[in-house]
Write a new protein. Structure first.
Length: 310
């Protein structure tokens, strides 16, 4: 049981990078980008192919980021310059990337079990597990992953407070207003989609190295997982500031993986994972609305009660 939960935390941290990428488009740009399913597998495919070819895993992961940015930029150009609906542009890129990923890998699955990966370097550091009262809370691998994800989170926080980052946020909030200040919203949209898919590709590259293989179908459903992490994180941890919300989406990713792990431990069939994901998102979306309605009714009753008493 404890091993399953530790694995869920490690995967939650890796998917936290995916969640940060989805947050940039879903919340900052207010664009539903389905490129994610393709760029996630793209990151894994590129990293695996380069590592097998003898490249250092850090360089392979960095190249995966660049290639992911190019995929996002392609979607952005389709949407802004080609005037294709954002949803359709993402779908078209996602479909095209399936064939691209097959071309890159040369086959549907690339094993990395005998290759040096980021996981190899992480284990070589020899970071001890975090153990309290005989219970392992975090493995050494999870601690290293957490540091890496937090560094990426802080870089994103910094970027979103730069002039370009503020332009990006304004593009999602009020594109007409920011255009009136001379900002090219087409450019900011393309940049946002590029960064988002670059992060998603990094998540795919890390996961491929963590699980020991890259698969052409590893990106299926990643957009749902990313959205679930963002929504669950915002509901549980709040979204009052950029610093808090980026931390929240990482926390949401970990909570999501823990719920999945607990559901499997409870005896649910792995084929039900998509159903569980859908239910998690539904609950995260509807519970706050329901709670707000109850709170409003309670306030009305309190006001009426006060008026009657007067």
């Amino acid at each position: 049981m404890n091993l399953a939960l530790m694995g869920a935390i490690e995967q939650g941290l890796l998917f936290g990078i995916l969640a940060l990428g989805v947050y940039l488009t879903f919340r900052i740009l207010n664009v539903p980008d389905l490129t994610v399913d393709g760029s996630f597998a793209l990151g894994g495919a590129v990293a695996a192919k380069l590592i097998i070819g003898g490249y250092n895993p850090f360089i392979a992961t960095a190249i995966a980021f660049v290639v992911g940015c190019l995929a996002g930029a392609f979607t952005g150009v389709l949407h802004t310059k080609g005037k294709v609906n954002a949803l359709l542009a993402g779908i078209l890129t996602m479909i095209a990337l399936y064939s691209v990923n097959l071309r890159i890998m040369g086959k549907a699955n690339l094993p990395l079990l005998r290759e040096e990966t980021l996981l190899t370097y992480t284990k070589a550091l020899g970071i001890p597990n975090l153990v309290i009262s005989g219970v392992t809370l975090l493995t050494g691998v999870a601690i290293v992953f957490a540091v890496g994800v937090l560094i990426l989170k802080l870089i994103i926080d910094w970027f979103l407070h730069t002039d370009l980052g503020l332009d990006l946020r304004a593009t999602g909030d009020n594109p007409k207003m920011i255009r009136s200040f001379g900002v090219n919203t087409d450019s900011t949209t393309i940049i946002g989609l590029s960064l988002s898919n670059g992060l998603v590709a990094v998540s795919g590259a890390w996961l491929a190295q963590f699980q020991g293989f890259a698969d052409v179908g590893m990106g299926i459903g990643m957009i749902v997982i990313g959205l679930a992490s963002v929504i669950v994180g915002e509901v549980l941890f709040g979204s009052s500031s950029i610093f808090r919300v980026t931390l929240a989406v990482i926390g949401g990713s970990i909570v999501y993986r823990l719920v999945i792990a607990l559901a499997l431990q409870a005896g649910l069939d792995p084929s039900d994972l998509k159903l569980i994901t859908a239910l998690i998102v539904i609950v995260a979306l509807t519970v706050p609305t329901f709670a707000k309605g109850v709170w409003k009714k309670q306030m009305v009753r309190t006001v009426k009660g006060g008026s009657d008493g007067a």
